[in-house]
Design a protein around this ligand. Structure first.
Ligand code: ZN
Length: 179
């Protein structure tokens, strides 16, 4: 039987959060180790009330991102629900010119929130957890979360893009100074 465990989060300014994560080969998705990693990532995301989680956030530099948006999420309440999506090697193939400013946080930068401009509509290509090619469109908050997670896979954090820190400015400053 597979035991699913929540994993410890990498917290800013951890170096792995700044690395470009490596692509997975289609056949790697047959590995029990990767299947287990995805289960553990889902558990970690849920236990921390996240709406998304990228593998570098649990110390694995691979291009895997999970998204799950529940309307009762305390961090981002009343968003349109999206059931669990597993994205392997995701690529944003189109981004709308039309952008929207919205508040974001990150499980790797606890208690800090800021306003970030993101494309309102995007098109995404990826592999699913079975290694099948998928293609879809996303809008609004779902599109925002995908853009945030794909940034993680490229070593980019929302604090690099924020127009204004709305919560936890002192916390962020102390984290940065301790680096
Ligand atoms: Zn994040």
């Amino acid at each position: 039987m597979i035991k699913t465990l929540p994993l410890p989060l990498e917290i800013y300014p951890s170096q792995i959060l700044r690395e470009k994560a490596r692509e997975l080969k289609q056949k790697e998705l047959q590995n029990q180790e990767i299947k287990q990693l995805i289960l553990n990532m889902a558990k970690t995301m849920r236990e921390n009330a996240g709406v998304g989680l990228a593998a570098p956030q649990i110390g694995v530099s691979k291009r895997i991102a999970l998204i799950e948006i529940l309307s009762d999420n305390p961090r981002y309440p009343n968003q349109r629900e999206v059931s669990l999506v597993v994205l392997i090697n995701p690529k944003i193939t189109r981004r709308s010119f039309h952008k929207e400013l919205g508040e974001e946080g990150c499980l790797s930068i606890p208690e800090v929130f800021g306003l970030v401009k993101r494309s309102l509509k995007i098109k995404v290509k990826a592999l699913d957890q079975e290694g099948k090619k998928i293609k879809f469109k996303a809008t609004g908050f779902f599109a925002r979360v995908i853009q945030h997670e794909v940034d993680h896979l490229n070593g980019v954090l929302f604090i690099d893009k924020t127009k204004e820190i709305t919560k936890g400015k002192e916390i962020l400053e102390s984290m940065t100074n301790n680096f």
